[in-house]
Write a protein that binds this ligand. Structure first.
Ligand SMILES: [Zn+2]
Length: 708
């Protein structure tokens, strides 16, 4: 039955009625416009909450997905554009550098004029790209060493090809860092593109053509004779090699159990277990670490995450001659640098991008540049954003919300009969031990030198965008490698402030809410509490619950991988999870060639979504029973409780291009937007009560799943 109707007043009238608080009017208008009140909330709540939004929005040619979230990100970028373009004469060094990097990125005429020159120069320094050289086999080939080439790519260009080597918090000892060895990423977004039929084949063909075009252009620039046969042969071998590597990797959905992935051993064992037909691990790892002046200890330990991959790599590693290997390694560098080159190189990528994302037009230049500067200099850009768009008193309000939701998480443990008292106590301790970070790290606004020191090695020039980019690659690689001999800084922010997202870190038992997400529809001091609880409250619950999902549950309150579960509770956790795996695996996504959602890959996120909305709703009810009086929104015939769920759902209004849906279903650990809403609300009895859904209706199924 339909319990909630539409007030019938036009949103514009609401906004204009003078006696109302303007933000209340705006919130009401936004919610009404996004809804489709002609739909039955108990049948398809997603269409009911988002139908209006979906009808009014067309995915821009430049986007692979378009959603309420994506629009918030676009709006944030507009703010960043403003602050990065503003010239003042008293910027601190970090900010000066960020603005310089932005200007160099916007400097199109110089980028066009310099064309392929800077790329050709850098290719010289990495031993050359054989496909665009005369006589590589004779001149460079004989001295070529795989270990050193891999190390060069890793340490100087942050390209971790063939073997992934990185420094991270030791899962078993959260206060120290350790060397990790893992299977690498590939040139295309997921392994299926290398061997599946259908759309994957199209992508694969476009990928090969893209390689061929770039090599052909560069040969011409080097005034080498045209040799289509050679280029095609070389690049086809590169794709073959990468296909073997893809085959050697383990699919993401089989890599969920971190306790099974983790294998700590010393260098000797590593060499012994994975000799890879004479691969010198010490030479490789020491060459990487020498770039930051670190010497390996005689008994240095490494954690191997990718055991099956290394076993499979044994077969592949000597199947191809050095020429093909070098062609591949350098291709991965070229692929990564295309964005920083002149337009004709980006054009060469057009068909590949169309096949992969469905987009036909590149992002506008300023947007690309804002995104680039923000992701490479997040603290500097964060400081500009926070000054411009964040009010400090939000911090305390969000802190209070966190405490409310956390308290509910703990109280709710009492309801769970699948868990024994012993494990509940441990879960409670862990929840109480979660550290929170809200808004931004204080140091980015202060007068101290820390912010400037973060970027002290960087020296940008307005005319050298390509080289500026190389500096960033190196700085990012070194920043992370250097940590090996450093203690873990528990206060370090794992993400910038100008980001519309939130995070949980299992190694730190920490939740992070950057300033970028602390805005409507998630949060506002002025909007009704139903919206705040359904928005940021749900996000808070989601992040807390990540500490207890199939991955997070393996870590204790101090971020150490340690089994704190009784056998009884662990067994039942798996049982409860299986229900959700089955539930989500049964959602068929039309857009993604009618493939089903992968219930295993998305399990952690689904557990978090389910826990998040449940806790947030309970926290809202508790707030009202404790005397909280919520504001009414004008013109909406929704109860406050209903409003909570509508705002929750509307955070996820959005649509995908089919090409990107096909990609997402393989690579995204989140369920498709629609199923995030439907899956979590189908499991929540309080939702069906609020909308008076009869049992057997789609939103009130007979069988429900619940973990937390
Ligand atoms: Zn999540």
């Amino acid at each position: 039955m339909a319990a909630a109707g539409w007030g019938g007043r036009l949103p514009e009238q609401i906004v204009k009625s003078g006696h109302l608080h303007p933000t209340l009017g705006q919130a009401a208008a936004r919610i009404l416009q996004n809804m489709d009140p002609t739909k039955e909330p108990c049948d398809d709540f997603y269409q009911y909450a988002c139908g209006g939004w979906l009808r009014r929005h067309v995915i821009p040619e430049t986007s692979s997905r378009y959603s309420v979230f994506d629009i918030l990100r676009d709006e944030l970028e507009v703010i960043l554009k403003g602050v990065l373009e503003k010239s003042t004469d008293k910027d601190r060094p970090a900010v000066e550098k960020a603005k310089m990097l932005y200007r160099s990125c916007m400097n199109k005429s110089v980028i066009e004029k310099r064309d392929s020159r800077p790329l050709l120069d850098v290719l010289e320094t990495v031993g050359g790209w054989p496909v665009i050289m005369d006589k590589w086999n004779e001149t460079k080939g004989p001295q070529w060493k795989l270990e050193q080439q891999l190390a060069l790519m890793n340490a100087q260009f942050n390209r971790r090809v063939l073997i992934d080597l990185f420094i991270w918090n030791d899962d078993q000892n959260s206060s120290r860092h350790i060397i990790y060895i893992d299977q690498p990423t590939l040139g295309m977004p997921s392994r299926e593109y290398y061997f599946s039929e259908g759309n994957s084949k199209k992508v694969r063909e476009a990928y090969l053509q893209f390689m061929i075009s770039v090599a052909t252009m560069l040969r011409k620039d080097k005034k080498l004779p045209k040799d289509n046969k050679l280029v095609r042969k070389d690049m086809t071998q590169v794709l073959e090699l990468e296909t073997h590597l893809a085959n050697a990797t383990v699919p993401q959905e089989e890599r969920h159990d971190v306790t099974a992935l983790y294998h700590r051993m010393n260098l000797k064992d590593l060499q012994h277990k994975f000799s890879l037909k004479g691969f010198n691990w010490t030479l490789f790892i020491q060459s990487v670490l020498s770039s930051v002046k670190i010497t390996l200890l005689p008994n240095e330990e490494v954690v191997v995450y990718g055991i099956p991959y290394l076993q499979n790599l044994e077969e592949v590693i000597h199947m191809y001659p050095p020429r093909t290997m070098q062609n591949y390694l350098v291709w991965r560098l070229v692929l990564d640098r295309i964005s920083t080159l002149s337009q004709r190189f980006k054009d060469a990528r057009g068909s590949y991008r169309k096949a992969l994302y469905g987009t036909t037009v590149e992002e506008v230049r300023w947007q690309e540049c804002v995104g680039y500067v923000n992701s490479n200099m997040e603290s500097a850009v964060g400081s500009l954003y926070v000054k411009k768009a964040f009010s400090k008193d939000s911090k305390n309000m969000v802190k209070e919300l966190i405490n409310k939701v956390r308290a509910v998480f703990v109280e709710t443990l009492d309801e769970l009969n699948w868990m024994d008292e012993e494990s509940k106590k441990k879960a409670q301790e862990k929840a109480m031990g979660i550290q929170e970070q809200i808004g931004y790290p204080d140091y980015i606004l202060e007068g101290n030198k820390r912010l400037d020191e973060e970027y002290s090695s960087l020296n940008f020039s307005e005319d050298l965008y390509f080289e500026n980019g190389l500096q960033n690659l190196k700085a990012n690689a070194h920043r992370s490698l250097k940590k090996l001999r450093e203690q873990v800084d528990q206060n370090l922010w794992i993400i910038g402030a100008a980001v519309v997202n939130a995070f949980y870190s299992p190694n730190r038992n920490q939740i992070v809410f950057p300033a970028g997400i602390l805005q409507p529809p998630f949060f506002s001091k002025e909007q009704p509490q139903a919206l705040n609880f359904g928005g940021i409250g749900m996000v808070i619950g989601h992040e807390i619950t990540h500490g207890f999902d199939d991955n997070g549950r393996n870590f204790d309150k101090n971020g150490n991988m340690l089994d704190w579960w009784s056998n009884f509770s662990a067994w039942h956790f798996r049982k409860q999870s299986e229900c959700m795996v089955y539930q989500y695996s049964n959602y068929t996504w039309d857009l993604a060639d009618k493939q089903n959602v992968n219930g295993y890959s998305t399990l952690g996120e689904n557990i978090a979504d389910n826990g998040g909305v449940r806790q947030a709703y309970k926290a809202y009810l508790k707030w009202t029973t404790e005397g909280g009086k919520d504001q009414q929104l004008p013109g909406l015939k929704l109860t406050c409780d209903q409003l909570f769920f509508v705002n929750y759902a509307q955070v996820w209004c959005g649509s995908y291009r089919p090409e990107f849906a096909i990609q997402s279903i393989k690579t995204d650990v989140h369920s498709p937007l629609k199923y995030r809403v439907l899956g979590s609300l189908q499991n929540l009895a309080a939702f069906a009560d609020t909308f008076h859904c009869t049992q057997g209706s789609r939103m009130h199924p007979k069988k429900r799943c619940r973990v937390w």
